[in-house]
Design a binder for this molecule. Structure first.
Ligand code: BES
Ligand code: ZN
Length: 379
């Protein structure tokens, strides 16, 4: 891999890597959906298709383009987007053309229009009041430390698989303390790293599901091998894990089934969550709400919680603001927008489920070390 230029971006400095020497071979095809205006830059950066099939653009619809890539090119694509758009993201990847087309159709239809029923009134003030003082920073830091101790959690690496197994083992310890609960690996067809789930069944409405998650993979967009991903997103997984720990240790009864999720392969196009959310939609699972944590542990702005307003459900987002204002009024809350499908909450929104994303800071004050060797717990 040859580094040909360096540029600053909103995701920390990004190095642009010449894809010319990446060995494409006949790696698995990936169908990337992005704005049609980005297609020429992608073709220019990655060069022609390796199968002699001509243009990488397979289809254009609703100002969106579907491009054909190979798995190993995703890292270079991520670098290109950082350089071109001076911000993170702006694409999603899919393992089939049909799934890419479905993503465009969902966007056009505005899957976001599928709304949650009005969120409940604050129904459990005693329980919440009892739990808040029990939130244990040392537990959260312990999970971040455990995950970020793997050299990388890149979705195709053996370390990325080992980290998923480590998380499954942590969650299995919680499951062991709760009758009916189960921690599992959820394998994906196209890459090595599985997602991880911890299911705690509900007592009254077990068929209704609340999803709480973060992404377990990490990436180093410099092309280096070390990607601790302490903030992005060991912090989010740790936050979800602390919620699960409190439910189990305090023997909190749940009305609905809660499934905790550590998603694989977020950093290469929301791939783990995309597969899972579509699968839930296909099976008709009634997901009543999705709470997603991606980057929770960097003190970048005066606002402690910034609620993301795009690709999320307004009613759920308002509900989080009400919860924060009621139970933790000493923590300032604000709102901001990513401007693109910046994390796994967007996969759920696309699949027609209401989601919310409480974030660590505003979009101009978040952790500048993400996606690099420097995303450590110390920072
Ligand atoms: N945690 C980031 C998303 C993020 C970064 C949100 C900065 C807000 C501020 C996430 O892990 C990520 O890097 N997402 C990708 C997009 C994805 C589709 C590849 C990104 O933003 O580049
Ligand atoms: Zn990231």
């Amino acid at each position: 891999m040859v580094i040909v230029a360096a540029a600053a971006s909103a995701c920390g400095p990004s190095l642009i890597v010449d894809p010319g020497d990446s060995e494409l071979g006949l790696e698995a095809p990936v169908f990337v959906v992005t704005g049609r205006d980005m297609a020429p830059a992608v073709e220019e950066r990655l060069g022609p298709r390796d199968d002699g099939g001509g243009s990488r653009v397979l289809d254009v619809e609703n100002e969106r383009a579907i491009l054909l890539l190979r798995e190993p090119e995703l890292q270079a694509l991520s670098q290109l987007f950082h350089q071109k758009l001076h911000r993170c993201g702006g694409f999603t990847s899919h393992s089939s053309l049909a799934s890419a087309r479905a993503a465009i159709a969902d966007e056009a239809e505005g899957a976001i229009a599928v709304r949650a029923p009005a969120p409940p009134e604050l129904a459990e003030p005693e329980v919440v009041g009892q739990l808040i003082p029990l939130v244990d920073p040392a537990q959260i830091l312990g999970t971040i430390s455990g995950l970020s101790s793997f050299p990388t959690r890149f979705y195709q690496s053996s370390d990325g698989v080992a980290a998923a197994e480590w998380l499954r083992d942590q969650w299995a310890q919680l499951a062991a303390a709760r009758p009916g609960a189960v921690a599992e690996l959820r394998p994906h067809a196209g890459w090595a790293q599985p997602s991880v789930t911890l299911t705690i069944p509900g007592d009254e409405l077990p068929d209704e599901v609340v999803v709480v998650g973060g992404h377990l993979d990490s990436i180093n967009i410099f092309g280096g091998e070390i990607a601790p991903g302490a903030d992005d997103d060991a912090s989010g997984v740790a936050t979800a894990t602390e919620i699960a720990r409190l439910i189990v240790t305090q023997n909190i009864r749940l009305r609905r089934t809660v499934i905790f999720m550590g998603y694989a392969a977020e950093e290469v196009g929301l791939r783990g969550s995309d597969e899972i959310a579509r699968d839930f939609a296909d099976r008709g699972v009634q997901v009543t709400g999705v709470l997603h944590f991606d980057m929770t542990n960097f003190d970048g702005s005066p606002f402690d919680i910034v609620l993301i307003t795009d690709n999320t459900d307004p009613a759920q987002t308002d509900f989080l603001a009400t919860l924060a204002g009621t139970y933790i009024p000493e923590f300032p809350v604000s709102t901001d927008a990513c401007g693109y499908a910046c994390s796994d909450h967007a996969s759920w929104t696309r699949a027609g489920f209401p989601s919310a994303l409480p974030f660590e800071a505003t979009l101009d004050t978040y952790n500048p070390n993400i996606h690099s060797e420097g995303d450590t717990l110390e920072v």
